[in-house]
Design a protein around this ligand. Structure first.
Ligand SMILES: [Zn+2]
Length: 303
């Protein structure tokens, strides 16, 4: 997990007295008197897995921050729990699943993230089953994730809801060796975070950290552009919109340039001070994994 160690002799000297259960980052923080997050940011490749229901969900809610993480040398994986095979009015399921896999690969390439994967659950048919939960547990363990992001379990789309439920249910179990013994359990509990949504019941989204993405907005739009079957075909069809034949990237940028929510704006101001930000992504801490202060989130997330 730790890629490089600072050249600090005290770290070596004190390594042997670290208690067995103490996370190495916490130990180093004690030794060099920095906050754990500051050290993690300096010496630690953060391993992030974003788990969406469909092959474009991670790009929509996390594409800008994912690009920034990856550009800073951190390891980002997108995982889609369903194959996305229901999201089209023309293509048959098997044909669409292949198209969407190709599109997800191209989006990952444009964002520079390390990996993207699509599980085989059928789009529109996902349930919070034991089988699906075990697949999620395995993927989080295999990625050796420090951070896992997903939907909140309150959302208009059942696949989003059940994906959020499945990831929440995995938050503790990733550390339990007797469950899914074919994949070694994690010895640290990842930080679990929710992607932003606008739903108000039973509780509105809370922005614990926000990332300004104006400087990488075009890159994010390029990732959405890679999902042509969705952003230029399926979604306009179901919303009854026309897509201009020319300059469709500009159209995409305008259409998906959603206003920043009030809570995200507060989080932005807290982090960046007052200033004009047009595009941002915000995230909320899930209570079920490792807990982190807002200061630690500010240290972990790119600016
Ligand atoms: Zn979705």
């Amino acid at each position: 997990m730790i890629k490089t160690i600072l050249a600090c002799p005290n770290i070596t000297e004190n390594k042997n007295v670290r208690s067995r259960n103490e996370h190495p980052i916490t130990h180093l923080a004690t030794v060099v008197n920095w906050t754990p997050a500051a050290i993690a940011h300096t010496i630690h490749t953060v391993r992030i897995i974003c788990i969406g229901a469909h092959p474009d969900d991670c790009e929509i809610e996390f594409g800008g921050a994912a690009y920034k993480f990856a550009a800073s040398g951190h390891a980002v994986k997108f995982l889609s729990v369903t194959n996305g095979a229901a999201g089209h009015h023309v293509h048959a399921a098997a044909e669409l699943a292949a198209i969407r896999k190709h599109e997800a690969g191209e989006a990952a390439r444009r964002l520079g993230i390390a990996e993207t994967e699509i599980l085989g659950y059928n789009d529109g048919e996902l349930l919070a089953t034991l089988d699906a939960r075990e697949e999620i547990v395995r993927r989080i363990r295999q990625w050796n994730a420090d951070v896992a992001l997903t939907h909140r379990p309150w959302d208009y789309h059942p696949d989003h809801r059940y994906t959020g439920q499945l990831v929440q249910d995995s938050a503790y179990l990733v550390m339990v060796p007797r469950l899914c013994p074919d994949t070694p359990a994690l010895r640290h509990n990842p930080l679990f975070l929710y992607l932003e949504d606008g739903f108000q019941l039973p509780a509105p989204f809370v922005a614990d950290v926000a990332v300004a993405i104006d400087d990488v907005w075009e890159r994010k739009i390029s990732a959405l552009d890679a999902h042509a079957s969705q952003f230029y075909e399926w979604l306009p069809w179901i919303d009854g919109r026309d897509v201009p034949v020319d300059h469709r990237m500009e159209w995409l940028s305008t259409t998906w340039g959603r206003p920043i929510s009030k809570c995200a704006r507060v989080a932005l101001t807290r982090r960046y001070g007052r200033g004009e930000v047009q595009h941002a992504e915000a995230f909320q801490i899930c209570e079920y994994g490792r807990r982190a202060s807002r200061q630690e989130l500010d240290d972990i997330f790119p600016r």
